[in-house]
Write a protein that binds this ligand. Structure first.
Ligand SMILES: NC(=O)C1=CN([C@@H]2O[C@H](COP(=O)(O)OP(=O)(O)OC[C@H]3O[C@@H](n4cnc5c(N)ncnc54)[C@H](OP(=O)(O)O)[C@@H]3O)[C@@H](O)[C@H]2O)C=CC1
Ligand SMILES: O=C1O[C@H](COP(=O)(O)O)[C@@H](O)[C@H](O)[C@H]1O
Length: 501
């Protein structure tokens, strides 16, 4: 094990300790931090839920999740028993104020055992409608007044729309200081997303090109091959625009479009990002059909397996108008990006899992080669692949070896995959940041509001005008035809990268 500068003593309460997110992501991440020697010397983790579990049964349940979902794929589970010495389960109803003494009792017990006052972290991995009720009860606990040492982590979606997000922000800030509130967006913890900052701001090479003078347009794709995975009840109240665009995709867009930060101070980075959100052109509800496309998958075949359509999924209204696909064209009205379209798209049951950003450069000002020398001469592009491929690739024209002047596009690629299973998962990075009190990769209240403001006209237009053509795309496709038309109107096509061999 390497020797790391580790966070101070911490007690972590996970509301939703019996839920899916903890099973698949949080506990595997915490166990990896433990194996990599990043957990504090003194720590305790308490999962909270109404379900009944003995500690022993709870550990078994969590180990199952670790074996299936950890990046280590079940390797090094030999240290599991050591880890579970720190993990317990508290059966309680988050709506029952009388049960909250269980929390203060555990903190007190650990304080006495360790002889220090620990960080107390409340991770709210529960449905969004439960968040206000739990937050209110936590706010009433005496330990929550202790600024700096008590933190609350709120999962996405943060609110349901601009108004509810605003209310939630008001509620949280009436009980916690801003530096105690960690609004999580797990995309910001991904290694390849963080690397966007390194690529842009540690290299002078790209800066002169990174603007409207050289960039023709930008595409961001966050395609998912999976469907609902049992989350119909949640998705029916969300939809792809809320689930992915309002948060993950707009955050990536901010990192691509933001101005260089003066320092890596949390507020400096967040200021630069919020400037981008505030500069995104507001469209009216009437303009929405020119800028946004929605889709919903039908039943069909997915990699040789028969799957049901969205409206037949469990927990879904058989007449549902919820979007499982969304594509939007954004403009950023500022000096750097005037006139450069940013096309973004996301969807469930698409042809493959692929998250990537491509910057398509303008054509060379004068092309002296014979027209037949190349298939296309607008082929300069920079691709940042976030997942599952993790690489950065520059495409340019090169002479085909031989006696004639024929050109071919070639790729120069940096493979981030080399770190393989050693690269930390997003939730590892973010949980460590919470324990250390570093909010750089978390959303500030004004960022959340600004992101909602960007998508509200689209949400409102979609809610008021039912789609006439749902379902409108087949599983294993790249979404509805209208999404191709959205970008084709401007003379472009979506870039679908070939799958990993
Ligand atoms: N799952 C995922 O991949 C992702 C989830 N998220 C977000 O994480 C949050 C949780 O999602 P997920 O884990 O999938 O949801 P689940 O439905 O799997 O889990 C919900 C959890 O909430 C608990 N719960 C419900 N009611 C109460 C109550 N009254 N008191 C105490 N606990 C309660 C449930 O426990 P019990 O029934 O035992 O009470 C359960 O542990 C959501 O906001 C979701 O959007 C974000 C990104 C990805
Ligand atoms: O937040 C969410 O993200 C996942 C996709 O996350 P990824 O890390 O696998 O790309 C998405 O499936 C889910 O619907 C959404 O809530």
């Amino acid at each position: 094990m390497q020797s790391n500068k580790r966070p101070p003593a911490s007690v972590l309460f996970i509301f939703g300790g019996s839920g899916d997110l903890n099973y698949r992501k949080l506990t595997p991440a915490l166990y990896n931090l433990f194996l990599d020697n990043w957990m504090p010397d003194q720590f305790a983790i308490a999962g909270i839920g109404r379900s009944a579990y003995s500690n022993e049964k709870y550990h078994e349940h969590l180990l199952d999740g670790v074996t299936k979902f950890s990046r280590r794929k079940g390797k090094q589970n030999g240290h599991w028993t050591d880890f579970t010495q720190h993990v317990s389960y508290l059966q309680m109803d988050g709506d029952d104020a009388a049960a909250y003494h269980k929390i203060t009792d555990l903190v007190k017990e650990k304080e006495e055992e360790w002889g220090v006052h620990p960080n107390v972290i409340f991770y709210l991995a529960v449905a969004p409608q439960l968040v206000p009720s739990i937050a209110q009860k936590l706010g009433a606990l005496k330990i929550c007044g202790e600024k700096g040492t008590t933190r609350i982590v709120v999962e996405k979606p943060f609110g349901h729309d601009l108004e509810s997000a605003h209310e939630l922000n008001l509620l949280l800030s009436s009980m916690f200081a801003e530096e105690q509130i960690f609004r999580i967006d797990h995309y910001l913890g991904k290694e390849t997303v963080q690397n966007i900052l390194a690529l842009r701001f540690a290299n002078a090479l790209f800066e002169p090109l990174w603007n409207r003078n050289y960039i023709d347009h930008i595409q961001i794709t966050a395609a998912e091959a999976v469907g609902l995975e049992g989350r119909g009840g949640y998705f029916e109240h969300a939809g792809a625009l809320r689930d992915m665009v309002q948060n993950h995709i707009l955050q990536i867009l901010c990192m691509i479009a933001m101005e260089p930060p003066v320092s890596f101070d949390a507020n400096e980075i967040r200021n630069k990002k919020v400037d981008v959100l505030n500069a995104i052109r507001r469209i009216t509800k009437e303009q929405v059909h020119d800028f946004a496309v929605r889709g919903q998958y039908s039943g069909g075949w997915k990699k040789g397996e028969k799957v049901v359509g969205y409206r037949q999924e469990e927990g879904v209204n058989p007449q549902s108008n919820i979007d499982t696909f969304a594509a939007v064209k954004f403009y950023i009205d500022n000096w750097r990006w005037q006139g450069v379209p940013f096309y973004v798209r996301t969807g469930k049951y698409l042809n493959q899992k692929a998250t990537h950003i491509t910057l398509h450069f303008k054509q060379a000002p004068h092309y002296a080669f014979p027209p037949e020398s190349a298939e296309t001469w607008r082929s300069n592009r920079l691709t940042i692949s976030i997942q599952p491929n993790m690489d950065i690739s520059i495409r340019f024209q090169a002479k085909r070896p031989g006696q004639t002047m024929m050109l071919d596009p070639v790729d120069m690629t940096f493979d981030y995959d080399a770190a393989g299973e050693h690269a930390p998962e997003a939730y590892e990075t973010l949980l460590l940041d919470v324990m250390e009190g570093d909010a750089t990769l978390f959303m500030r209240n004004d960022q959340v509001d600004a992101a909602w403001r960007v998508i509200m006209p689209i949400l409102e237009a979609w809610e008021n005008r039912p789609p006439q053509d749902f379902p409108n795309y087949a599983p294993d496709s790249w979404g509805p035809d209208a999404a191709d038309a959205l970008i084709a109107r401007d003379g472009h096509t979506w870039l679908n990268l070939p799958p990993t061999p």
